[in-house]
Design a protein around this ligand. Structure first.
Ligand code: NAD
Length: 261
């Protein structure tokens, strides 16, 4: 009996959302690679390309492509290239979020219409359009789509504001996508990660250090969460270990969400 198995041997994984080595998407990418997956990465713009290309080399990424989800045609171009190079896809990781900085402080009630629409366009609708573009590329046996969410979808968290609303819509989208794509064997899940010091979080959300401290103090495990922790959960959801799991929000938060007082 074989005692070691690569859980994702030769699965073709397309990962959106690596900005640098601190990105959650990077922790996921490394974990997928460790378990045998083939990797394709996207980057937002020329500035980030300089950071993402060397990371791609580290994991032997076969494709490293530009994709700003608001730029007309860029999503299509990514999936066209994946079809040309790989002929299909087994795993899609969506690790993308954005809200204007001024909407991540102060009062939610003051959110501008423009800021609200931009946050939901980039952080939520992008999952729907990536899932739609990916659907025809998944083989008959199906595949796995994973996105990233946060506790601010469930509870009002100071300063998370419009991003909490975007994440609530994202979690609902996961359930509807799971229903639509389930008959094709495509599973759709979200990982609700505890706070991690990344570009988007530490640079964008005011009072982020306080959130980290509260988790360390009150979560059952009394420790923060790492991108490796999230990567492990992603491997579970993307491999056959998670074969009957879809439409789920899996908390990787040291247990913080289960604690009341
Ligand atoms: P990050 O800054 O490393 O990643 C955010 C990514 O979104 C970047 O790669 C950026 O290029 C991409 N992005 C932004 N606008 C885009 C656009 N228009 N088109 C394409 N890509 C775009 O930060 P992160 O913390 O790794 O964030 C990844 C995901 O994890 C986000 O959905 C975030 O909300 C979620 N999340 C983060 C935390 C945390 O504490 N860091 C906790 C829970 C969930």
């Amino acid at each position: 009996m074989a005692v070691r198995q690569e859980l994702l041997a030769d699965r073709r994984a397309l990962v959106f959302g690596v900005a640098n080595e601190r990105s959650i998407a990077w922790g996921i990418t490394r974990a997928l690679r460790r378990h045998g997956a083939r990797i394709a990465l996207t980057y937002l713009n020329d500035v980030l390309e300089r950071r993402v290309r060397p990371l791609g080399e580290e994991v032997g990424a076969e494709l490293v492509l530009p994709c700003d989800v608001v730029e007309e045609g860029q999503v299509r171009a990514v999936f066209d290239e994946v079809r040309r190079e790989w002929g299909g896809l087994d795993v899609l990781v969506h690790s993308i979020a954005y809200a204007p900085r001024e909407d991540l402080e102060g009062r939610f009630v003051d959110t501008s219409r423009e800021g609200f629409l931009k946050a939901l366009r980039i952080s939520t609708y992008s999952l729907v359009e990536l899932a739609r573009a990916a659907e025809p590329l998944f083989p008959d046996g199906g595949g796995s789509i994973v996105t990233l969410t946060y506790y601010g979808a469930e509870k009002a968290i100071p300063n998370y504001n419009v991003m909490g609303v975007a994440k609530a819509a994202l979690e609902a989208s996961v359930r509807y996508l799971a229903m639509d794509l389930g008959p094709r064997g495509i599973r759709v899940n979200a990982i609700s990660a505890g706070p991690i010091r990344t570009l988007a979080a530490a640079g964008g959300v005011r009072g982020f250090r306080t959130l980290l401290g509260i988790v360390e103090e009150r979560a059952p495990l009394h420790r923060g969460v790492t991108t490796d922790d999230v990567g492990g959960a992603a491997v579970f959801l993307c491999s056959d270990l998670g074969a009957a799991v879809t439409g789920e929000v899996l908390h990787v938060d040291s247990g913080f969400n289960v604690v009341g007082l």
